[in-house]
Design a protein around this ligand. Structure first.
Ligand code: NOJ
Length: 734
């Protein structure tokens, strides 16, 4: 986020005119509360839901039926800096009040969660990351930026870039998976897509990278839980995505709910000031997560709300989401000298910088044409096409015995499972502004293509199985395609699960289907890696479809029917059974690596290795790897590997480069992804893929957060997934 000198001067001149109350207004983010219909403030309702006084359903009902409060009077008085919402007409109305009726005419930021698309929903991040396609990551983000602006949103609470290695955590769905390098490239591309096209004000928004930081490492995968880790792990893994996003110019960050080594990230001066602002030089601002400041009292790190507010502001938390603690207590804290004016000014300056950079002072309103573009119409064709491309590239073929897939033309397909007929569950967690008419179910996708298909619900993630339908399905088709998995509400926030096998009676359904003797293809629809050991042993073909967004049905149908060759890879390792999470390929080397022998790092009753590892995914063709060479140059290693398409169809492969620092002053991972490249090869064709690995990229952060390059032996690996690689060794003196 770069500002011109003139813009910086304007910010300073506004700051110089502001009263204390107006400054406090800028650090206050409001959401349309329900005061009016009910005599309970929004924050209190959140608390009631959190502590179980009301259920989530009751909360939803209250929200849906109550009168919203857009805080018009507060906006008029300069007591609001930002609002949440996705209604462009409302956004224009509120903006008009801020600009024309408040003393200094400072525009509002309008924030919203646009995690994987707004009106045009594309695949959830864990799926999209598996496309290993940086250009795609950027284009989908750019589409989200354009649609956001058209809906009055100028600030996206995205990208979610938490490295996550425990699939029990429901929020694995929202982020780019287990690997810091893939995550960092995803983060960079998302920031570029959201922020970089400044050709017109309608094309970019301020990104908000989240959740800062290490939220993905919450203990036992339980949401909002504590996080403990070494400084080295923090810097080598969990900070990498954020560092990349700052280098790309991320305009804001959201502090995470978790504590890190005992200090909640909301009030953590080390992560907020030392690392993010002073270390990485982030010039944007940091917002709390919803209710985050208040929760510091529950964490037991602050005596009361006021203490929490003082600690947060002093730690470098610039904006309060939803608690009114800054609004209610900062004046006193500043007047009594517990928060200095310089600290408050720094927060306000950062927020004003973002507003200035967004052009909100000159161009605050959503143009009427943009509003009309989406109102009562289908999504623009180009956006729908992009959602289809993203869905196609994110599908992962996990198993394909006897080349059961693609299905032969005219195969009679018994399509089974209620998810197959759903236009809503394909969307996935954290999508709020889509419309059903834009969505294509798997059933529709197959029918549109003239497939010989008949649908039998039989059962789904919830509820009972229908015996008669199962029998009919088995009788009718030549093959059964069973679409099973998770509802979209089973992943995302507050959706941790201890059991990550197929939910409900779906495994039972599979058993019954297999027992009929018909061939079964399992198509998965899910928001997290599932434990698929039983399915892998028993089902001949498995396609991972994730929650792929509005065009999911088209993409899955194309792959099933062979119009499209699958090319997606896994951004997260899949376990065989419950109980072996966290699970990730880049594990630190142990003294006794797991093996068949007893006294090694293993389980007595379960495999210790991934069933399907990071980077894994099959194609309708096959690829072979040979001739790995590693040459040392002055500042880099030049690495090449020959990849051949040994099958009968054209296919696209993600060639992956890994490294291991064999001996170092700290235990290093058994393998770490360094680079990847996608290539498309015709049947029988081959290509030598070249990588340049800068020596500067071969080091690591020690526990003093210093980046060190240590001489010694390195292993270089290349392959089509993190497990099956060619390897070479080289000694380096830096
Ligand atoms: C809580 C979530 O943790 C965060 O991701 C989201 O952006 C905020 N709520 C606002 O909706």
């Amino acid at each position: 986020m770069n500002l011109t000198q003139e813009q910086k001067d304007r910010v300073e001149s506004i700051l110089a005119q502001m009263t204390l109350e107006e400054k406090i207004g800028q650090v206050n983010l409001e959401s349309p509360s329900i005061v009016g219909g009910f005599d309970v403030p929004f924050e209190e309702l959140i608390e009631m839901m959190t502590d179980g006084r009301i259920s989530q359903e009751e909360f939803g009902q209250i929200m849906a039926t109550s009168t919203r409060d857009y805080h018009e009077d507060d906006i008029r008085a300069g007591r609001v800096g930002a609002m949440m919402g996705d209604d462009p007409v409302k956004a224009n109305e509120l903006q008009k009040i801020a600009l024309e009726e408040s003393r200094l005419g400072i525009p509002l930021l309008m924030g919203f969660d646009v995690i994987h698309g707004l009106r045009t929903v594309y695949p959830i991040a864990i799926a999209e990351a598996g496309s290993f396609d940086d250009d795609l990551f950027e284009r989908t983000a750019h589409m989200a930026a354009e649609e956001s602006r058209a809906h009055g949103i100028t600030w996206n609470f995205a990208p979610m870039i938490d490295v996550a290695r425990d699939s029990r955590w429901g929020r694995v769905s929202e982020g780019p998976g287990e690997d810091p390098r893939l995550g960092a490239r995803f983060a960079r591309a998302k920031i570029r897509g959201l922020q970089n096209d400044q050709s017109s004000k309608e094309k970019y928004v301020a990104a908000c990278m989240k959740h800062y930081v290490a939220y993905g490492a919450c203990e036992s995968g339980r949401d909002y839980n504590t996080t403990m880790m070494s400084n080295s792990m923090l810097h080598n893994v969990y900070l990498q995505t954020f560092r990349a996003a700052v280098e790309e110019g991320a305009a804001s960050a959201m502090a995470s709910f978790n504590d890190l080594n005992g200090v909640p990230c909301t009030v953590n001066p080390y992560t907020l000031r030392t690392v993010l602002k002073d270390g990485y030089g982030m010039n944007g601002f940091v917002v709390s997560d919803a209710n985050g400041i208040k929760e510091c009292v529950t964490h037991g790190i602050a005596r009361d709300d006021e203490d929490a507010g003082v600690q947060a502001m002093n730690a470098g938390l610039d904006m309060d989401m939803g608690t009114h603690i800054y609004k209610d207590y900062l004046r006193k804290a500043v007047e009594e000298g517990r928060v200095s004016m310089a600290v408050l000014d720094d927060a306000v300056r950062r927020i004003l910088n973002v507003k200035m950079w967004l052009g909100l002072f000159e161009n605050p309103y959503v143009p009427e044409e943009s509003i009309a573009e989406y109102a009562d119409r289908d999504v623009p064709q180009a956006h729908s096409d992009l959602a289809l491309e993203a869905a196609e590239k994110s599908i992962v073929l996990l198993k394909n015995e006897e080349s059961l897939l693609p299905l032969q033309p005219d195969t009679k397909i018994s399509l089974v499972g209620s998810l197959a007929d759903s236009r809503t569950e394909i969307i996935g967690a954290w999508a709020m502004s889509w419309q059903e008419r834009d969505c294509v179910s798997i059933r529709q996708g197959l029918e549109k293509r003239g497939a010989n298909v008949k649908y039998f619900a039989c059962g789904g993630p919830e509820g009972d199985l229908n015996k008669e339908e199962i029998e009919e399905a088995a009788q009718w088709g030549d093959v059964i395609v069973a679409v099973l998995g998770e509802l979209d509400s089973m992943s995302g926030e507050a959706s941790s699960k201890a059991d990550i096998t197929l939910p409900g009676k779906q495994r039972k359904l599979l058993k019954k289907l297999l027992k009929t003797g018909k061939k079964v293809v399992l198509v998965l629809m899910n928001g997290r890696p599932l434990a698929l050991g039983w399915e892998d042993e028993n089902v001949p073909a498995i396609l991972e479809g994730w929650h792929l967004g509005v065009r999911m049905g088209d993409a899955v149908a194309e792959v099933l029917l062979g119009e499209k060759v699958p090319e997606g890879k896994l951004s997260s390792s899949f376990p065989a059974v419950n109980g072996i999470e966290p699970l990730y390929y880049n594990h630190p080397s142990t003294g006794r690596p797991g093996s068949k022998s007893k006294f090694t790092s293993r389980y007595l009753d379960a495999p210790f290795a991934a069933l399907y590892p990071f980077g894994y995914g099959l194609s309708y063709t096959t690829f072979s790897y040979s001739d790995l060479t590693v040459k040392e140059q002055k500042d880099c290693l030049e690495i090449s590997v020959k990849v051949a398409n040994t099958g009968e169809r054209e296919g696209t492969e993600t060639v992956q480069l890994y490294m291991q620092d064999v001996t170092a002053s700290l235990v290093r991972p058994v393998k770490e992804l360094k680079d990847y490249r996608k290539i498309t090869l015709a049947a029988g064709a081959q290509e030598t893929v070249q990588f340049t690995l800068p020596k500067q990229d071969m080091g690591f952060f020690n526990n003093d957060a210093q980046y060190v390059l240590e001489d010694g032996l390195f292993r270089i690996f290349a392959g089509g997934n993190s497990r099956d690689c060619l390897e070479a060794e080289i000694c380096i003196a830096f």
